[in-house]
Ligand binder design. Structure first.
Ligand code: ADP
Ligand code: ADP
Length: 237
């Protein structure tokens, strides 16, 4: 059974230009992501990738279509139930989204505090996560004292804290240089291989897909124009 499956999903927004009707940001998308995949979604800016992620993460309602996450139709859920679905999905971002006024340990602890974990459990979990991402010596540092790659490793630790089944990476390496990009992608590969977490990588960079993804969907103007094994989709005819 796929861990995420979309059937004929569309999302329309009112246009940002008044009187200009609506924008179909996601247009009749059908795709399925299997448990354990590293699934890439590639397309130019404006193709609809971020909207697709917001639909999967239940941050926006779809206009039409069905979205199953772990077998549950999230288009039919109430807000309280959606919160539980979101808890099973970790996210990392291009601009890292760390709290600048909190140190690394507190940033990683944040979702655990929200989830109501007890202090000793939080401390033990954060120590384990710091070690996993190789930042044990930076626990007390503040984000501004870290390199871009270190900040994203904090982002990954925070996203993994509550033990999600899915990690969504939205342009997570787009602010990083090529060397650092590869370090972060190596870490994501370990997350996938050692923890069995399904990873969805949204990017406009082909190199990222070819480095890490096994499956890919190509988006253009809201539509998925091609999907399948990375090797098949990108091999020369
Ligand atoms: P991508 O992530 O591939 O750059 P997006 O999903 O951000 O693409 O955007 C897809 C299209 O939807 C674009 O034309 C964008 O301008 C439009 N769009 C995205 N969010 C909104 C919104 N909240 N209101 C109106 N239009 C939006
Ligand atoms: P808001 O609901 O106002 O967006 P929150 O206080 O929920 O903000 O979160 C603050 C920031 O931390 C956000 O940018 C959010 O993306 C990020 N964040 C919260 N929880 C997680 C999590 N489990 N994994 C990754 N980032 C998270």
């Amino acid at each position: 059974m796929p861990i995420v499956s979309l059937t004929n999903v569309s999302k329309a927004y009112p246009s940002r230009t008044p009187g200009d009707g609506e924008v179909i940001a996601v247009d009749d998308v059908t795709l399925s992501i299997e448990k354990g995949d590293v699934f890439g979604i590639i397309g130019y800016s404006g193709a609809g990738k971020s909207t697709l992620v917001r639909l999967i993460n239940a941050l926006e309602p779809a206009t039409s279509g069905t979205i199953l996450v772990d077998g549950v139709d999230i288009t039919a859920l109430r807000e309280s139930e959606l919160r539980k679905v979101r808890g099973g999905i970790g996210m990392i971002f291009q601009q890292f989204n760390l709290f600048s006024s909190r140190n690394v340990r507190a940033n990683i602890a944040y979702p655990l505090t929200l989830a109501g974990w007890k202090k000793p459990d939080i401390d033990a979990r954060v120590t384990e996560l710091l070690s996993f991402v190789g930042l044990s010596d930076k626990a007390k540092a503040y984000p501004e004292q870290l390199s871009g790659g270190q900040k994203q490793r904090v982002g990954i630790a925070r996203a993994l804290a509550t033990g999600p089944a899915i990690l969504l990476a939205d342009e997570a390496t787009s602010a990083l240089d090529p060397q650092t990009t590869h370090e972060v992608l190596d870490l994501l590969k370990r997350v996938n291989e050692e923890q069995g977490i399904t990873i969805v990588v949204i990017t406009h960079e082909m190199d990222v897909i070819q480095t890490i993804a096994t499956k890919v969907a190509v988006m253009e103007r809201g539509r998925v124009i091609e999907q399948g094994d990375v090797f098949d989709v990108f091999s020369a005819p």
